[in-house]
Structures are given as C-alpha cells and as structure tokens.
Design a protein. Sequence first.
Length: 174
Amino acid sequence: MHIIKHFLTITKHRHKVMWYCFKSGLYYQGLCHDLSKYSIKEFWNGAKYFAGDHSPNENERQEKGYSEAWMHHKGRNKHHPEYWIDIDPFTKEYKSVPMPKRYIAESVCDRIAASKIYYKKNFTRETVLNYFLKEGSHIPMHEQTRRTLEKLLRLYVANGEKFIFKYLKKNMRK
C-alpha cells in the first residue's frame, strides 16, 4: 500500500488540472475535477496498485482483468469519453455520443496534466498527443469528439500551453 504517495500524486494532478481549467475559464470544472479519486473505491484501489509512473488502474487490470476504480471513475467524470456512452433508443445498442465542448476542454487539461505528472523529466508536448493517438483507437468515443480532441492536442503541440488555454477559453466553454 502506498497511501501517501498515491494521495500526493492524485492531489498534485488535481491541482494541476484545476489550474489549467481556471486558465481555460472552466472554474467549476476545475474545482470539481476528479473528486471521485478520493472516494473509498477509487482511493484504496489506487493506493494498493500505485505505480508512480503510470495509472494504478493498469496494475489493477493486470491482476484482476478489469479495474473497479476505473469503472467507478469513468461513470462519474464527464471529461472522459467513456462517460458519454448511451443506448440508442432505436437500435437498443450502446453507442458513443458527442461530448459537450466544455468537457472536451477539461479532457485536454487532464491529459496535459497527467502526462506531466507521469512522464516528469521525460515530458514533451508530443507526449500528450502520442499517448492520445496510441490509446485513442481503443477508447469508445464519438468520431466528432475524437476529431476535436486530436485537433486540440495538435494545436497544443504546435503552439504550447499559453495558446491552448486561451483557445479553450475562447472556443470550448459551451
């Protein structure tokens, strides 16, 4: 169990995302970002499977074949594309629906912060985009959401933080 290390990691991440959300004009989302990580289900599993250089959910999946913490988290946090899956009323099949702009913006803030926390000295702007491109093909996500996230991450790589947070504030808060 790595209770203190896990607590420090998720708190550092949350504060970094909060700061980025504030810069993007997403004040309420910044304040509420990832509060579920402090819940019993997410916190204890995170401490048990703590890694330091990647999400503890990956370690939990290796052991159990699934992550209880992740299932709890994605169902409560609208900045994850997996939250935006519903049943089509006509076909009765599960389908992804488009994420609202403000949650896409929070997702960008989250991805930048997570990459900085986990990659530390090895972080580059390209890290954020490359991780999305690698994982993005496996995540169920509406195609419009996927295109928008990729576009924003490419803008971040090309223009940096100052630009992307101004862009998010101007274009992605609705």
